[in-house]
Design a protein around this ligand. Structure first.
Ligand code: ACM
Ligand code: ZN
Length: 754
């Protein structure tokens, strides 16, 4: 009874992290500081029997490792007193720090959450550790707070997976989506089908660099591994001790090349193929025939024995239907079952799995492609291609986990800086993750009830080590958990302050190799009357940078053309007959992170360019100034920097301000065919005295790269004031190439005259 009253009182206190910044991530619902501190440096006492063993061991280890604080039964120390509560929200906990530490909890999970919050509340330093006197009242908004990990593209050891789970638990994630099978490796022992791991767990080679690079190069070396059933059990039990459920994913019918290399008879054409060492989407998928269905059921039988999770993920994404179209088994099935097409055949396949899992008391979840051809009655949808699939599923009364690539793909770049390690592409900075809401804007309450929560996906094509995985996950996972846990999260600025002041250190102490990308300066470039103002901005409003010129042998450039120091430099416009190169080294004074910038100081620098064709809204990075700001876009593409267009012709006009003699232009283009970004075919150049009447159109083929800065030369020799440039791309990408049948993207960056 006492406990119930307590909850009501606390919950009526309005969330007040506005005045007192709460150091806990995810931010508790209610956090209220009372005057004074409770000193805990000597030790904390506890009745061991009030906690499950694993939680006790965790708390003890953490207190010792982080703060050298003892946890024992010494009555002289402040005590942790637990109190089980009833009639409170799911996974509710409360903390009251006064003369002792009183923790209320509604489940063993929330008792563990309370411990984690408590650990984040310890402040001070050597021999002076204390916790502010306060009260916290907290419970999660969403029940699915997940991180996914792809162990097929790269394999991680049992210990590494345990560390991954440890780090999740620190921040109250509760669902580990374990992506165990894919084209490049089958990673779970299935006793009935030993070849899955004997053959399917190993590939002979692995592509080097980005898969869109041409020609492709491979590291020819056997790569792979798998988890034995004993190891799986060990991991599942370990996760359970940290209140994390493990949802296994067994991909079907696509992303199945590793399984088909072991059992080619499960494909449509029966061809023996190897486990691929390259990333992508493969045409060869499981055949929909009964034999495959039986195989999948057999596999699931063993999977269900190992994973107590109510949800079982069956993949369902990116399954090309080309083999099914020419397969007599698949076509017969379509006729026999009266299906409309191959999409309905996929639905039929998934429905059989759904029936099987339902019969076993489990629930099927799959990627949003399982909507195509009709959603199976009990299926839950994981929405990854934006939130569209999730919205549709919820409106049909199906449960949804939101994992949109717009906000939750942690394999995307987190900054556009050239120091970022190679990634698949995309652009997902910390701030964008923070904007994520599992409930899409405008969704009605009925549909919103079907949103279970969200998760980030970590596809590991470009992550060979767990250090790299951690770099991609942290700190973005901290932004994500705010969206999954908090009913009302504080502003990004408050989050950032808490993160910067507390959690970088907390992550370091837990040996998490987080990214420092928020400390990479981002440049703001503005036109002034005489040139460009370039300012450097960091994580803080008043971030400071030290700027020095690193190509000192060209110091004259700096002295003559750059004035100012500190966070702002000024580059005078135009006027360079010969391009100069300015290399700057910029050091973040808060974080010590140092980065290099190369500016090309050309005769177009800062001049006016009329961008007649507007860039695509998604890729309009600073408009026309982007073309003459002296900075080259990063390669490989990091999802920003460049101006991107999705129309065949792009036109812009350069105003040289007076008649000038030129020998030609240099233009920077991006080529990243895997992202459907193609080089244009031709460039047309015209000149004009007045910018109205144009003459002498000359057309040039885009030439091979021949300059040190990846610019392409257009030898248009003339004397003129206005120059009109039209970049001409192919209308449609030919079939057979990446993005075949679509309009190609064209990405432009710098323009110079020479
Ligand atoms: C996915 O990213 N193919 C689910
Ligand atoms: Zn078939």
């Amino acid at each position: 009874m006492k406990a119930i009253i307590f909850f009501i009182v606390i919950s009526s206190v309005f969330t007040n992290w506005g005045q007192q910044v709460c150091p806990v991530i995810p931010t508790p619902q209610v956090y209220k500081v009372i005057d004074g501190e409770l000193f805990v440096a000597e030790g904390i006492s506890i009745d061991r029997s009030t906690l499950p063993d694993a939680s006790f061991d965790f708390l003890k280890m953490e207190l010792v490792n982080l703060f050298s604080i003892n946890l024992d039964t010494n009555e002289n120390y402040p005590k942790i007193i637990f109190n089980e509560l009833r009639n409170v929200p799911t996974d509710y906990y409360s903390i009251n720090v006064n003369k002792n530490i009183r923790i209320g909890y509604s489940s063993q999970a929330s008792q563990f959450y309370a411990i984690n919050s408590l650990l984040q509340l310890v402040q001070g330093g050597e021999d002076n550790w204390y916790i502010k006197r306060l009260s916290i009242s907290d419970s999660p908004k969403f029940q699915w707070r997940g991180l996914h990990l792809d162990v097929s593209r790269h394999f991680f050891s049992v210990d590494e997976i345990k560390k991954f789970i440890d780090d999740m638990a620190l921040y109250k994630f509760n669902t580990f989506h374990w992506h165990l099978t894919d084209d490049q490796g089958w990673r779970i022992e299935i006793k009935k089908y030993p070849k899955l791991t004997e053959i399917g767990a190993y590939r002979d080679s692995t592509i080097i660099g980005h898969y869109s690079r041409s020609p492709r190069e491979y590291k020819v070396e056997k790569y792979g591994g798998f988890y034995s059933q004993e190891e799986v059990k060990e991991i599942v039990a370990y996760a359970k001790s940290k209140y994390i459920k493990v949802v296994p994913e067994i991909e079907m019918p696509g992303h199945s090349r590793a399984a088909l290399s072991a059992y080619p008879e499960l494909s449509c054409n029966g061809l023996q193929q190897e486990v691929p060492g390259v990333w992508g989407i493969f045409d060869d998928i499981y055949c929909s025939k009964d034999e495959t269905i039986q195989f999948m059921k057999d596999v699931l039988d063993e999977v269900l024995e190992l994973f107590p999770s109510d949800y079982i993920h069956i993949g369902g994404d990116e399954a090309p239907k080309i083999r099914w179209k020419s397969c007599s088994d698949c076509q017969n099935l379509i006729k026999q079952k009266g299906l409309k097409d191959e999409h309905e055949l996929q639905s039929y396949f998934i429905r059989r799995m759904d029936e099987y899992l339902s019969q076993k008391g489990r629930k099927l979840i799959g990627w949003d492609e399982i909507l195509e051809g009709g959603l199976s009655p009990n299926a839950t949808v994981m929405s990854w291609r934006g939130d569209k699939g999730g919205k549709e599923a919820a409106s049909q009364g199906h449960y949804v986990v939101m994992s949109p690539n717009t906000h939750c793909y942690f394999d995307y770049y987190q900054s556009s800086h050239s120091d970022e390690p190679l990634a698949i592409g995309g652009f997902l900075p910390l701030e964008k993750v923070y904007e994520f809401s599992p409930i899409p804007e405008g969704m009605n309450d009925d549909d919103a009830n079907y949103i279970l929560g969200g998760q980030a996906n970590i596809w590991t094509e470009y992550m060979e080590s767990m250090d790299h995985v951690e770099y991609m996950i942290y700190p973005r996972a901290l932004a994500l958990i705010q969206s999954l846990w908090c009913f009302e999260k504080p502003s990004y600025e408050v989050f950032l302050e808490v993160y910067l002041s507390k959690h970088q250190d907390y992550l370091k102490k837990h040996n998490v190799k987080f990214a420092n990308s928020i400390h990479f300066p981002h440049l703001k470039i503005e036109r002034t009357k005489d040139g460009l103002n370039i300012s450097f901005h960091g994580a803080y409003d008043n971030s400071k940078f030290q700027i020095s010129q690193s190509n000192s042998n060209e110091k004259f450039v700096f002295e003559k053309q750059v004035v100012g120091s500190g966070d702002l430099i000024f580059l005078a416009r135009g006027g360079f007959e010969e391009r100069k190169v300015l290399n700057l080294r910029v050091k973040s004074l808060e974080s010590g992170v140092e980065v290099n910038y190369t500016f090309l100081l050309s005769n177009l620098l800062g001049l006016n360019i009329d961008l007649v064709t507007p860039p695509h809204v998604k890729y309009n990075n600073n408009g026309s100034l982007n073309l003459v700001d002296g900075i080259l876009g990063s390669k490989p593409w990091k999802g920003s920097d460049w101006l991107g267009f999705n129309v065949p012709n792009i036109e812009f006009v350069i105003d040289l301000e007076k008649k000038r003699k030129i020998n030609g232009l240099r233009l920077g283009y991006l080529e990243d065919n895997g992202s459907w970004i193609y080089l244009p075919e031709n460039v047309q150049v015209e000149k004009s005295k007045d910018g109205i009447k144009w003459k002498k159109a000359s057309v040039y083929k885009i030439e091979e790269l021949n300059s040190e800065f990846d610019l392409r030369r257009v030898p248009y020799k003339t004397r003129s004031r206005f120059i009109r440039v039209t970049t001409i791309s192919m209308d449609i990408i030919p079939e057979g190439l990446d993005g075949g049948g679509h309009i190609p993207w064209t990405f432009i960056n710098e323009v110079e005259l020479y």
